[in-house]
Design a binder for this molecule. Structure first.
Ligand code: AMP
Ligand code: ZN
Length: 114
């Protein structure tokens, strides 16, 4: 989708601080970080919300989690812990309608998240 900011990052059309890329997945630093480490893991394919996932996407979403784990290990936050978040639609505060897994770490997280 040409008007989707995350599709454009995945296509290399707009700059991002990309820290991981493979055939299906890209990960880059959040532009407005909410923690010392705040990274977005996205599929290259445009999927609007996690409600749009199907059985065909089980491997893709599983691999997104494994990519997050790999990045957390490399960033040195795996031992202390980190948070993975999918925001879905309005009540969760979803702003970018291309699914993205937030990896947040490097500080103590609050619960409930607010
Ligand atoms: P969400 O509220 O779950 O839709 O989160 C969207 C996230 O994307 C926010 O944390 C934004 O700071 C982040 N974001 C938006 N535009 C960019 C961008 N161009 N590069 C990196 N992160 C972005
Ligand atoms: Zn998109």
């Amino acid at each position: 989708m040409s008007d989707c900011i995350f599709c454009r990052i995945a296509a290399g059309e707009i700059p991002a601080d990309i820290i991981y890329e493979d055939e299906d997945i890209v990960a880059f630093r959040d532009i407005n970080p909410q923690a010392p480490q705040h990274i977005q893991i996205i599929p290259k394919r445009h999927i609007e919300t996690i409600l749009d996932l199907t059985d065909d996407d089980i491997t893709l979403t599983g691999r997104m989690v494994l990519v997050a784990n790999k990045i957390a290990r490399e960033a040195g936050i795996a031992e202390r812990g980190y948070r993975l978040v999918f925001n879905c639609r309005r009540d969760a505060g979803q702003e970018v309608f291309h699914i993205h897994l937030h990896l947040l770490g490097g500080r103590r997280m609050n619960w409930p998240p607010g």
